[in-house]
Ligand binder design. Structure first.
Ligand code: HEM
Length: 496
């Protein structure tokens, strides 16, 4: 029989993972009194000589602050605030004060800062450590994580990408066999399932891919269920079902990886894959990675690219379905670059698919999967004449930077050819940052391009896509990565 704590945890989770409003209500019920006390002492003024704080968007709702308005539509909230207060402003949500830095100039503060001053672990580790495990990523001091990123990057090279292209093409053809000749299907769901297969095959190697069955896919889904607002907002010790599923999945996936790693160590056989790269590599001081670190890095590698790439691929599909002329040009490009008979793709051809490249770039401008990058201010930070005090969560939003009217012409239009003209944002280093910048910059950009372009080349050859009754998905803001709402697409086999 479930304990009272279990039932409480279940109820709490249901609301915490539900609509923004219910999430907000439950948080209110639990912490209102605590929050109010916090709020009272919160907004102290800077001491003399410390400069002035950024404009603060006040709220009558203690503790929760602007959580409801932000949860409903964060982009609109931030754009309105930008109009009213300029590029730097602060507000409170669920007891935390956020300071946003909008536009390229203000964003520079985050990208150029030291991790000791604007810290990533302080904000991300409670979400990532239970999923990736201890000893990797945000669970270790940043210089160690930087070494780990470098190790992973050595396994993400052009020689590897050349092998990845046929693997991804084959997986895609195989997966989409079940779609038949025509129909209406959930594109996002399909691409999420496919990308676990392609990413595992390419990033983990064929040995781990061969172990991927429905049960393991479910484990990944449970692990992935750790990336929620609930996990970020609520204490980790709460007995929520999703926390338990996440922790169990973490243990089981690690056990699968340990077996592969140990077998490889014992047999002495060498493979040309990421597991081998991580077995061979050492830290600067000569220490090799432990099995636990390797397993954690393999999980991180897969999950860092999973949602980001599947969401981006789905949005790209809907942009192409909405603009049939661009879709047909992309199909014509396949023939122009790869030949009329459309033989299997290779990496060099992929590089020459310039229109598809621009479409992906434009998709990442309008729908960057990471809507906000965040750091904790550990020391006072000066920007645009303001002082941000320690304790603020300092944020940059690619989504907002990518559509600022000061930087982009016809900012909301999907216009892949805008990149053919002189770059309108040439003078603004951080106007386009879907992969971040600086010390925390993404290491997966090239792989993501290879993966998404290969999948879409294969799909464009197979099918013609249309919106259903003109419906272009709205944005689902309740998930951490903004996914398409009701992402069903119509497709019909091409006759060539
Ligand atoms: C469309 C696909 C992707 C997008 C849009 C994306 C976006 C990002 C962004 C915005 C950051 C910076 C986060 C921050 O500064 O807080 C980042 C970091 C990172 N990404 Fe990606 N990513 C993608 C795919 C991938 C893939 C495929 C991998 C792995 C193969 C990956 C691995 C990483 C890693 C290891 C970091 C470093 C985090 C840090 O140093 O703090 N990403 N990514």
């Amino acid at each position: 029989m479930p304990s009272l704590l279990d039932v409480g945890g279940f109820m709490l989770e249901r609301v915490a993972t539900g609509s923004p409003l219910s999430m907000v209500l439950v948080a209110a019920a639990f912490v209102l009194s605590l929050g109010y006390l916090l709020q009272l002492g919160f907004w102290s003024q800077p001491r003399p000589g410390q400069g002035k704080y950024p404009p603060y968007i006040s709220s009558n709702i203690p503790f929760l602050g602007h959580a409801v308005a932000f949860g409903k539509n964060p982009i609109e909230f931030l754009e309105n605030a930008y109009e009213k207060y300029g590029p730097v402003f602060s507000f409170t949500m669920v007891g935390k004060t956020f300071t946003y830095l909008l536009g390229s100039d203000a964003a520079a503060l985050i990208f150029n800062s030291k991790n000791e001053d604007l810290n990533a672990e302080d904000v991300y580790s409670r979400l990532t450590t239970p999923v990736f495990g201890k000893g990797v990523a945000y669970d270790v001091p940043n210089p160690v994580f930087l070494e780990q990123k470098k190790m992973l990057k050595t396994g993400l090279n052009i020689a590897q990408f050349k092998q990845h292209v046929p693997v991804i093409e084959k997986e895609t053809k195989e997966y989409f066999k079940s779609w038949g000749d025509s129909g209406e299907r959930n594109l996002f769901e399909a691409l999420s399932e496919l990308i676990i297969l392609t990413a595992s095959h390419c990033l983990h190697g064929k040995e781990i891919r061969s172990l991927l069955n429905e049960k393991v896919a479910q484990l990944y889904a449970d692990l992935d269920g750790g990336f929620t607002h609930a996990a970020w907002l609520l204490p980790g010790w709460l007995p929520l079902p999703s926390f338990r599923r996440r922790d169990r999945a973490h243990r089981e996936i690690k056990n699968i990886f340990y077996k592969v790693i140990q077998k490889r160590r014992q047999s002495g056989e060498r493979e040309d894959d990421m597991v081998q790269t991580l077995l061979d590599v050492t830290y600067k001081d000569g220490r090799p990675l432990t099995d636990d670190e390797i397993a954690g890095m393999l999980i991180g590698l897969l999950l860092a690219g999973q949602h980001t790439s599947s969401t981006t691929s789905a949005w790209l599909g809907f942009f192409l379905a909405r603009d049939k002329s661009i879709q047909e040009q992309c199909y014509a490009e396949q023939k122009a670059v790869c030949g009329e008979d459309l033989r299997p793709l290779n990496y060099d051809q992929l590089k020459d698919l310039n229109l598809l490249d621009r479409c992906l770039k434009e998709t990442l401008r309008l729908r960057p999967p990471i809507m906000t990058m965040m750091r904790m201010a550990r020391t006072p930070q000066t920007v645009a004449g303001y002082t941000i005090p320690p304790g603020h969560q300092v944020c940059v939003s690619p989504t907002v930077n990518h559509r600022l009217k000061d930087s982009w012409i016809e900012s909301l239009e999907f216009k892949p050819d805008r990149y053919l003209q002189d770059n309108p944002t040439a003078g603004e280093k951080f106007a386009y940052v879907p992969f971040g910048a600086g010390r925390h910059r993404c290491i997966g950009e090239n792989f993501a391009y290879v993966q998404i372009k290969t999948i879409w080349s294969t799909l464009l050859r197979l099918y013609e896509f249309d919106l259903i009754d003109g419906y272009f998905p709205t944005i689902n803001y309740t998930t951490m990565i903004h996914t398409p709402e009701n992402p069903v697409i119509r497709y019909k086999k091409r006759s060539h």
